[in-house]
Design a protein around this ligand. Structure first.
Ligand code: XMP
Length: 323
């Protein structure tokens, strides 16, 4: 019968067999799937695995630290962190078009990841022949069920994979559904903040700022987003909503009155949705008192924000993200 214990044991044995005394690389995104896949492979081959985390500066508050500190503490994994914030911000300078942003972020991500990869391969040590991927069963079905290929929708993975992939793939989660992956992650001792994380897009906050992406705007959005997440968690609503993008309308200003007088600030949009698979979604009917609390806190605590609005659009016609 299916138990997380069995799955872990089976996978650990299979991975040991597959890798032998060679080495593997795994990209961590901060999301559940790559974290659980990495933890499983770490359990199997220990220091023969190196994880790479590209910090593109577009993560939410505390997320990079969760990977760098909590994930490493929980797994003992060997982690290479690349601080690429400046590089991404420079590449995104002056860009407002959503597709253009996505392309730039994807392109830079591949470049940074490949460079990190090359450095790992170049260091003394056994051959690096494997790439770990957090592919789940629904991804396998969607992409036609092939094995050992690098066929992944670019939409769902920052940048996807290089065309001339020379690695064999290790995909220890390819028979599992999301809830099973979370159970395996829990059994492996990963922190709740990672195991229970809701979906978050690869391009991160870069596609939640309508307008140009700047450091100041990212910092502002990080604050607003952290407040919304904190209040949703405090209200016990995390399991009722699929995710709640928080969006900064950086190109919009409206008049407000705060403290001593008139303000001319930006709106923040709350986009709480319920969904089964993100293909369709409905806007979540959040309790008014929770919305009120979030609104009051954001307008009080986040400089330059004087209005909070609620997105009441289902998908379709709206997408979950604003860009
Ligand atoms: P949309 O906005 O298309 O989003 O309704 C559907 C789901 O996909 C997530 N999303 C992404 N995930 N890379 C990702 O890894 C991306 O580029 C990306 N774009 C959207 C979104 O958060 C939602 O869960």
């Amino acid at each position: 019968s299916w138990t997380t214990g069995n799955v872990i044991e089976e996978q650990v044995a299979a991975i040991r067999e597959q890798v032998g005394d060679r080495r593997a690389i795994c990209g961590l995104s901060g999301g559940v799937d790559s974290a659980v896949a990495a933890a499983l492979v770490q359990k199997a081959i220990g220091s023969q695995l190196t994880c790479v985390y590209v910090d593109h500066g577009l993560m939410r508050k505390g997320e990079t630290e969760q990977v760098e500190k909590d994930f490493v503490a929980a797994t003992g994994v060997q982690l290479k962190v690349v601080d690429a914030e400046e590089r991404f911000l420079t590449a995104l300078k002056g860009v407002s078009d959503p597709e253009e942003k996505r392309k730039i972020i994807g392109r830079e991500f591949i470049r940074v990841f490949e460079q990190a990869q090359a450095e790992i391969i170049a260091d003394a040590g056994p051959a690096v022949e494997f790439l770990v991927q957090g592919t789940l069963y629904p991804d396998v079905v969607e992409s036609g069920g092939g094995t050992g290929t690098a066929n992944i929708k670019s939409h769902h993975n920052v940048g996807g994979l290089p065309e001339d992939l020379e690695f064999q793939l290790i995909e220890p989660l390819r028979k599992l559904f999301k809830d099973e992956v979370r159970m395996v992650g829990q059994e492996l001792g990963l922190p709740d903040e990672i195991v229970q994380r809701q979906p978050f897009p690869g391009p991160g906050l870069g596609i939640r700022i309508v307008g140009e992406v700047t450091k100041e705007r990212l910092d502002l959005l990080r604050e607003a987003d952290a407040i919304a997440r904190e209040e949703l968690t405090a209200a016990g609503l995390d399991r009722d909503i699929w995710q709640c993008p928080v969006v900064l309308l950086a190109d919009v200003r409206s008049v407000g009155v705060q403290g001593d007088g008139r303000t001319y600030g930006h709106p923040i949009v709350l986009r709480p949705v319920s969904s089964e698979d993100a293909m369709t979604a409905d806007w979540s009917r959040l309790p008014y008192d929770v919305l009120a609390k979030i609104s009051t806190r954001i307008t009080n605590e986040v400089a330059d924000v004087n209005r909070v609005v609620l997105d009441v659009t289902s998908k379709p016609p709206g997408t979950i993200e604003w860009e």
